[in-house]
Design a protein around this ligand. Structure first.
Ligand code: C2E
Ligand code: MG
Ligand code: MG
Length: 310
């Protein structure tokens, strides 16, 4: 209950057993506070540095870039057909095959040197009700690219599209996605919908849409696991087919007992529930090596394997 009083990010400094710490983290999650990690005593400089690096990662997420498009600029980019899919693969740790490819939105305009990242326009799209237009443009382009990419890889793979949790409030969302798939002759089973929970996923409409999407055959992926509101217990009832472990739990995992405890639990749970498990944001060979040691197919994603590409 002491957690109720903390509303900031925090760290557990303790010499306790990892199980005690993981229970504490579960409690912290229930109280919706944010736990960055734990520091074993006596405190070593390298552990403290690792924790501060993680804090930096979270703050980056919150602050993001200062550049944001205006409503008019975004509307213009949509009508000019400038919403562009970038692709990043998820590779099976045991077979080394590309199991799915995530579509990440960019805006490419002739007047800019670099593609505009999603942090500059996704929040704007959500605010001004342009997120469906944007998603459908992206979805159309990536389904059209699908067959060409299949030829390049020489085997089939799934396309993973990001949805904002507000899009789930629209009960007609499954029909709209289904219509685009029909045009390109694709099946929902070839598509994974990645959903980040900026807010708890608990409204009746959101849960109903999740269920309808699942019943149609779409794969459902819980993105950024470890930063949102979902706890291990809820995974039992939500119809997810994939969990993506957030980069904050993957970065430095090879020497972080806290992240290891959580990932161990996720490996067990996902095996029992037959849910796919993805490790996001792998940048170091040591992280990859650590994850490959699990007796379980984990899907690997991150700059080490491939950066997102046009
Ligand atoms: P996400 O879905 O969790 O995507 C992962 C983000 O991490 C991507 O950033 C990707 O480029 C980046 N990333 C991948 N591997 C690494 C790595 O090894 N190291 C580091 N440092 N970063 C890595 P990006 O493309 O800027 O996208 C950020 C977020 O924007 C996405 O997070 C997703 O939540 C959102 N987003 C992107 N496209 C869409 C979209 O079409 N619709 C919606 N609703 N959201 C989108
Ligand atoms: Mg994603
Ligand atoms: Mg993610």
């Amino acid at each position: 209950n002491t957690y109720v009083h903390f509303r900031n990010d925090h760290v557990i400094v303790s010499e306790m057993d990892v199980r005690v710490i993981s229970l504490a983290s579960e409690l912290a999650r229930k109280e919706m506070t944010h736990l960055i990690g734990n520091l074993p005593k006596p405190i070593l400089i390298e552990n403290l540095t690792a924790i501060l690096d993680k804090l930096h990662l979270f703050l980056q997420k919150g602050v993001q870039s200062n550049l944001e498009l205006t409503e008019d600029e975004l509307l213009n980019a949509i009508t000019e057909n400038q919403i562009t899919p970038f692709y990043q693969p998820k590779v099976d740790s045991k077979t080394n095959k590309v199991s799915s490819i995530e579509v990440l939105a960019r805006i490419i305009r002739p007047q800019d040197l670099n593609p505009i990242p999603p942090s500059a326009f996704i929040p704007v799209a959500e605010k001004y009700d342009l997120i469906n237009l944007l998603t459908f443009q992206l979805f159309e382009k990536s389904t059209a690219d699908h067959s060409r990419l299949v030829q390049t890889l020489d085997h089939d793979f799934k396309t993973a599209i990001n949805l904002s949790s507000i899009q789930l409030r629209d009960l007609d969302c499954p029909n709209k996605l289904g219509t685009i798939l029909d045009i390109y002759d694709m099946k929902p089973a070839q598509v994974i919908l990645e959903i980040t929970e900026e807010y708890a996923l608990d409204s009746p409409e959101q849960l109903e849409t999740l269920n309808r999407l699942r019943m149609r055959g779409f794969g459902l992926s819980l993105d950024d696991f470890g930063t949102g509101f979902t706890n291990l217990n809820q995974l039992r009832t939500l119809p997810f087919t994939e969990i993506k472990i957030d980069r904050s739990l993957i970065s430095g995992i090879h020497n972080d007992p806290f992240s290891q405890t959580i990932v161990n639990a996720l490996v067990d749970l996902s095996k029992k529930q037959n849910i796919d498990l993805v490790a996001e944001g792998i940048e170091l060979f040591e992280e990859l090596e650590f994850l490959q040691n699990y007796d379980r197919n984990i899907l690997m994603q991150g700059y080490l394997i491939s950066k997102p590409k046009p």
